[in-house]
Design a protein around this ligand. Structure first.
Ligand SMILES: NC(=O)c1ccc[n+]([C@@H]2O[C@H](COP(=O)([O-])OP(=O)(O)OC[C@H]3O[C@@H](n4cnc5c(N)ncnc54)[C@H](O)[C@@H]3O)[C@@H](O)[C@H]2O)c1
Length: 279
């Protein structure tokens, strides 16, 4: 079983992945190019573990031990399993996969938490396409029980098995998807969110009505605009662009209002303002 995990990208997803990996007993190297993200990630993980201890879901000693297993770094290093969770940008991810191929060690499995970028394309940037796998966690990682596992064209059964076992060791249930744009989760979820933004743009309803209809009428725990703010509007736009380019169907065209918000820097919770304002 793999024992060292290198997580590349210490944003909301990378820090959550580092947390669940450390709680599962892995030694974790958490990497980011932005030093302030690494600091924020460490304090975020500490606060998240403290909440889980309060709720009785993690023992105090285990939380402390997990924190002690996380080191932060500016570059990837040797690992049994590397999990890339950097910004949703294909050129950036291709560069990171080339770097991981050189840094992680010959036997390592390289996984990506991408929401929508083809795993086969990331795999082709490495010398080991058979050992590249999609490992798509859900947000917030410590609370959501699913990992979507995506096999690229060349992914071996062995590599897929290693990722499945790692996800299960982190307490997650695995569902497998084929490598098509958006996989299963975002092929279904993002067009709904995009349509909610169209409803807002066209004045079909205000943000409260749109979210209330979906929460109370459809039993969704969050409305689609609240969920978009949680995911990050830049990430939502990037996923819609991958669906639009990859499937070539105009039904996936990103809503212009979504694009405007991203251009304005209104990225959702992480920037303090999206469809809603955050303190
Ligand atoms: N937000 C979600 O709900 C969600 C859910 C599932 C998957 N994802 C996917 O997870 C990935 C990360 O999303 P996020 O929401 O955590 O984004 P985020 O913006 O919170 O974090 C991205 C991090 O990547 C870092 N980064 C950029 N270039 C880097 C590099 N070269 N090396 C190391 N780090 C680098 C940034 O500094 C930033 O800290 C994306 O691929 C996204 O599609 C997001």
């Amino acid at each position: 079983m793999s024992d060292t995990v290198c997580v590349v990208g210490a944003g909301q997803m990378g820090s959550g992945i580092a947390q669940v990996a450390a709680v599962a007993g892995y030694d974790v190297r958490l990497v980011d190019v932005a030093p302030n993200q690494l600091e924020q990630a460490r304090s975020g993980i500490e606060a998240s573990l403290a909440r889980l201890v309060e709720k009785g879901r993690v023992e105090p000693g285990d939380a402390e031990a997990a924190l002690g297993r996380i080191e932060t770094a500016s570059e990837p290093g040797p690992a049994d399993l590397a999990i890339e969770a950097a910004t949703e940008d294909v050129d950036l991810k291709l560069r990171i996969f080339r770097d991981l191929d050189a840094a992680a060690g010959d036997g390592a499995v390289l996984a990506s938490n991408t929401s929508s970028i083809p795993i086969t394309r990331l795999a082709a940037a490495t010398s080991r396409p058979d050992r590249v796998v999609g490992m798509h966690f859900m947000n917030p990682v410590p609370l959501m029980p699913l990992v979507e596992l995506i096999r690229g064209l060349e992914t071996s059964d062995e590599a897929a098995g290693i990722v499945r076992a790692a996800a299960e060791r982190m307490g997650k249930t695995v569902a497998e998807s084929r490598d098509y744009p958006g996989f299963i989760a975002n092929r279904i979820l993002l067009p709904m969110i995009n349509e909610a933004v169209y409803c807002l743009m066209e004045g079909v309803g205000n943000r409260e009505s749109i979210d209330t209809v979906m929460k109370l009428g459809m039993s969704h725990p969050l409305g689609p605009l609240q969920l978009a703010d949680l995911i990050g509007l830049d990430t939502c736009l990037a996923i819609m662009e991958v669906l639009h380019d990859g499937l070539g169907d105009s039904k996936y065209r990103p809503c212009p209002l979504l694009r405007s918000y991203v251009e304005a820097g209104r990225l959702g919770r992480k920037s303090g303002r999206g469809f809603y304002e955050y303190g």
